[in-house]
Design a protein around this ligand. Sequence first.
Ligand SMILES: Cc1cc2nc3c(=O)[nH]c(=O)nc-3n(C[C@H](O)[C@H](O)[C@H](O)COP(=O)(O)OP(=O)(O)OC[C@H]3O[C@@H](n4cnc5c(N)ncnc54)[C@H](O)[C@@H]3O)c2cc1C
Length: 392
Amino acid sequence: MTTTTRPNVLILGGGAGGTMTANMLRRRLDANITVVDRDATHRYQPSYYLIPFGYMDLADNKRAERSLLHDEVRFVEDTVEAIDPDDRTVTGEGGTYEYDYLVVSVGNSLRPDHVDGMVEGWERTDSVFPFYHAAAAEALGDAVDDFEGGTFLVTVPDTPIKCGGAPLKLAMLMEEYLRERGVREDAEVVMTKPGPHVFGTGPKAPYQERIEEIWAERDITFVPNFTVDSVDYEAGVVHSEEGDELEYDLYAPVPPQHGHEFLVERSPLTNGGEYVDVDDHTLQHRTFDDVFAVGDCADVPTSRTASAARKQTHVVADNIERSIAGRDLVADYDGYTACPILVEKGKAMIAEFDYESPISAPVVSRLNWILDINVIPSLYWNVWMRGYDPVP
Ligand SMILES: Cc1cc2nc3c(=O)[nH]c(=O)nc-3n(C[C@H](O)[C@H](O)[C@H](O)COP(=O)(O)OP(=O)(O)OC[C@H]3O[C@@H](n4cnc5c(N)ncnc54)[C@H](O)[C@@H]3O)c2cc1C
């Protein structure tokens, strides 16, 4: 530890995980807490599949990061470029930062450029919208309104993605939107995945079964074993590695997602992988005891969601507090994650599970919709991001 009596806690990334961790630690520790983020704007990403249909407004779904952090938490706008855990320093474009404890919460990296033609299709046509980007989600709204028929295609890449439910929600909300607009009979709604299951097996199995029933009732097409290889944006065709092709009139791909290059290439924290190599339950780095990870950048075998980050925040805050006090760490993270599956306007199912088992029943209800659209965003901004969690 450095000579100061107040430990320096450095948090890389002020997204869902980093912001909640910073504000929670501020109340629990007598420490200097700094958040470094390359972006001064914090976005509520779960709105991206709602914005195209006008169920939420993008303008309401961002805040200045500074306004979310307690005044006693220092915020630095800088891009992190390298981490040296032996020296306990982080290098950014604008400076060098020392720490006693490091929380890495930089999320993951969207890479539409890893698919030939995806970025060109996005930039040069009005029919390709990688909706995990805020700008594409917003622009998709006009395209959805102008869509009079043909194929609406959603594809899922072969990399791990955040919120595995998001592409399904987009497909289902679009299907209903087309019915409302009276053009459903002239349209096909198609979603592909590289694997065989529309949602998943193991703890996801009950939700998978319910989704299969809904898709059969509503004639939404699932194409399994389709690994996106390239986009011929002039012809409006997506080619797969398996040698198949699908035509589209409107295309909303989930872009490939990876660990950040600086973590992989200019830090030893990924230990040869892409994400920060932490214990699945304590979230402490497997080699460097003073390093923890929260959220999408943590290499833990669960679905990457803000709900998972929220639960992880508690464990990391506990463990930093315990570590400072010289106590044993808790191994309390059980893989908890939750994904509200919006099946149509006014109806949703919450898929909630941990490493081992499903937690919630696969029930579609109006209450779940209200929870996701009206309650959770307000909890996110006013409670969780402030570092509180009355029902952890
Ligand atoms: C379309 C979509 C729908 C979703 N739906 C849901 C949902 O319904 N429910 C749910 O719980 N979750 C959902 N999620 C997932 C959720 O948004 C993420 O899991 C969550 O934001 C993860 O938090 P995080 O802190 O790990 O990463 P993020 O919130 O992404 O924050 C990472 C931060 O790190 C910063 N950063 C990155 N690199 C650097 C660098 N080099 N230097 C400095 N700063 C850097 C970024 O600017 C960012 O602020 C959805 C996501 C998307 C895209």
